[in-house]
Design a protein around this ligand. Structure first.
Ligand code: 4AD
Length: 457
């Protein structure tokens, strides 16, 4: 159907006096004695197009005036009678799809909780349209950032036999019903599709390392899956993961890249989505624009895990889970560090090796690894990364300590046999980034069809 996007129809002054065809959903309807007004939205921009119907020359089908109905309108674009931009003087208004009165998206603001129960319709609200426009712009910016800096985009497998994070949080991939008669897991999976236990990948990192060991600088941008039982506002069972991996890089290089990427993405969204960010600043997180401008122009802090624990211990009485050296940081600790202690993003580095993954480079102190998590106010951890252990013997020792099956990681170990180099990378949770730039507080509200514990609508 040949038609003009409403974003263009509203703002392009050169189109005044020209005939245009637009399509959209009715967002408001009102009338006076002589004229009817329809406001149409097609998702292309915040401003809706006002359609003006002269009652004396055009009889409007009542179905075309209902909230949520879809219509196609032909008419002449003219300067808006009030305000800026254009409006459309209708010559014809044709119904595409009627919308009954029980349409759940009504004019008054509905709650996010309620909208979560109608994921197929909530995108018709201003809030969700803005979220998904920002999400799209940010995704394009991710690819642009890496492409402009010579990174290759690789697609790592989603079905895998190795659990990258080693935390046993993988969804199983199987074609067989469970057979309780099987004597062992190996026997059971021998007859399964792949002949071994397989699952949905929690991270593309291990295969990303393979690519970086040949292509130098790579990134992946795709879904990761976690079967963790974390029913929180920042965890999904299926999330999108941006994972750069760089050869000849050490922890400071990984940190520099993470900070630069985050600032680039924030600036891209600020430049390309000013109307959306203004909306979020007014209705979702007061001060959002100032926060983003500050972050885009500030130095992120770097804090060792040792120092983080020293600071947190002073405040232990105020925590649900008091910390000591060796504790994993919970979200209350992450928030305290980034919101109370620093008021800006903080890279925490050099974590105890026991609480981090097997592949992280072991530091000379024998106790910590060259890992980093980037913590940001309002969200906590948004990035997790590290320099990787490039030394074959040390990597094998770390795997043995964790009683891992080395045969399953032969290819990964081979990378340390054939021309091993220092290298590292990180994972940025894309939804967490979108939460951060929009101020949306629940990860389910930045995801089209969120998957989480007991939720697969
Ligand atoms: O810290 P994580 O687990 O790190 C890894 O997976 C590494 N293999 C990444 C790498 O070095 N290439 O996850 C990285 C990021 C987190 O900081 C978070 O933003 C996001 O992925 N993330 C989740 N986002 C939504 N729901 C979940 N369940 C998430 N788990 C991790």
């Amino acid at each position: 159907m040949k038609h003009l996007d409403i974003s263009e129809a509203v703002k392009n002054a050169d189109l005044r006096g020209h005939t245009a065809v637009v399509c959209g959903w009715v967002r408001t309807y009102r009338e006076s004695a002589a004229v009817s007004f329809l406001e149409l939205s097609d998702g292309s921009s915040f401003p809706r197009l006002q359609v003006v119907v002269d009652k004396s020359s055009l009889a409007l089908d009542a179905e075309c005036t209902k909230l949520g109905a879809s219509v196609v309108v032909r008419g002449t674009l003219v300067a808006a009678y009030k305000g800026e931009g254009n409006e459309l003087n209708a010559e014809s208004v044709t119904l595409l799809g009627a919308c009954p009165a029980e349409y759940p998206i009504q004019k008054k603001r509905t709650t996010l909780d309620y909208l979560r129960t109608i994921p197929h319709l909530r995108l018709r609200t201003n809030t969700f349209q803005a979220v998904f426009r920002v999400r799209s712009v940010a995704a394009q910016a991710v690819h642009r950032y890496f492409h402009e800096r010579g990174f290759y985009y690789v697609n790592t497998p989603l079905i895998t036999a190795s659990d990258c994070e080693g935390a046993g949080e993988m969804f199983r991939v199987t074609t067989r019903p469970w057979n309780a008669a099987a004597k062992s897991e190996e026997e059971y999976y021998k007859n399964d599709f792949f002949g071994v236990k397989a699952g949905l990948s929690v991270s593309g990192q291990l295969e990303g390392e393979v690519a970086a060991m040949a292509l130098g600088k790579i990134y992946t941008f795709g879904p990761s899956f976690r079967a963790e039982n974390s029913n929180t506002t920042r965890h999904l069972a299926e999330f999108w993961h941006i994972e750069p991996e760089v050869a000849f890089a050490e922890l400071p290089d990984v940190i520099e890249l993470a900070e630069d990427l985050l600032k680039y993405l924030i600036k891209a969204v600020m430049a390309e989505c000013p109307a959306e960010l203004k909306f979020f600043d007014s209705f979702v997180e007061k001060g959002l624009l100032q926060k983003l401008a500050n972050v885009a122009n500030s130095e992120f802090a770097v804090l060792t895990y040792d120092d983080a624990i020293k600071e947190l211990e002073k405040h232990n009485a105020g925590f649900r889970f008091p910390v000591h050296w060796g504790s994993d940081l919970q979200s209350e600790h992450e928030k305290y560090i980034t919101e109370t202690l620093f008021g800006r993003p903080v890279f925490v580095i050099n974590y105890p090796k026991e609480i981090k993954s097997f592949y992280m480079k072991q530091n000379a102190d024998g106790k910590t690894v060259a890992a980093t998590d980037l913590l940001v106010p309002g969200i906590g951890e948004i990035i997790g990364g590290s320099e990787r252990e490039a030394d074959y013997a040390k990597l094998v020792a770390a795997m043995d300590e964790r009683k891992m099956d080395k045969a399953a990681y032969k290819q990964y170990l081979d990378l340390r046999t054939f021309g091993s180099v220092p290298h590292g990378g990180f994972g940025l949770g894309f939804e967490r980034f979108v939460m951060y730039v929009t101020g949306m507080e629940n990860i389910r509200d930045v995801t089209l069809f969120p998957r989480s514990v007991k939720n697969i609508m």
